[in-house]
Design a protein around this ligand. Structure first.
Ligand SMILES: [Fe+2]
Length: 199
């Protein structure tokens, strides 16, 4: 097995390892910290006018960050990491990560809530949708074939840990093209799941 992976510090994954989920919900050690701002998420929010209004005003808010520990995409290995989604909304749609299907259809995933208040939005390619509450100590099982996205519906940062097969891969294409069938929006003080008019 070739254990080299890009330019990041290597963890010896042939040996038992211990990680720490810190008080901010960050899994350590991590190899890469990806920060995704609004200008990298334009296709993933429904209300483009609102997105462009924010960007034209000179702001480019941080939407989420992802601490990755990644090793060869070999069957039998597991990738783990943490994600923090910032609080906010654009055009009423709550901030969320991009969301994806897995490239390898028969792979599942586990999410564990660490901080904040969110929802996991899951859907199959035929549009069947499930939206589950996602708070600290919630463990959410994502079956194979279901796309998954997490939205922060609270006023504070929302963090979770994920674990999925290292050979799962990410398929963002269908999400980038038309989004999720349901989106979460702020209606007065309530959270409402509405139909995506472009799906
Ligand atoms: Fe996934």
């Amino acid at each position: 097995m070739d254990l080299s992976y890009g330019a990041f510090p290597l963890l010896d994954i042939t040996k038992p390892l211990s990680f720490e989920l810190d008080s901010a919900g960050i899994l350590r050690p991590f190899q890469q910290d990806k920060r995704i701002h609004l200008n990298e998420m334009i296709e993933y929010f429904i209300y483009k006018d609102a997105v462009y209004d924010v960007l034209r005003s000179g702001r480019n808010p941080l939407i989420y960050e992802n601490q990755i520990t990644e090793w060869p995409s070999e069957e039998g290995l597991i990738n783990i990491g943490s994600t923090t989604i910032y609080p906010g909304e654009v055009g009423g749609e709550f901030y969320h990560n991009r969301g994806h299907y897995h490239e390898k259809d028969n792979t599942c995933e586990i999410y564990t809530g660490v901080k904040g208040e969110g929802r996991v939005i899951m859907q199959k390619k035929d549009g069947e949708t499930r939206i589950l509450p996602f708070e600290p100590h919630d463990v959410v099982y994502i079956p194979f074939g279901w796309a998954h996205r997490v939205a922060n519906i609270g006023k504070r940062k929302m963090s979770f840990m994920y674990a999925s097969p290292a050979n799962a891969g990410h398929n963002y294409g269908p999400i980038k093209e038309k989004g999720f069938k349901k989106i979460l929006v702020k209606k007065e003080r309530e959270v409402e799941a509405i139909e995506n008019p472009f799906f």
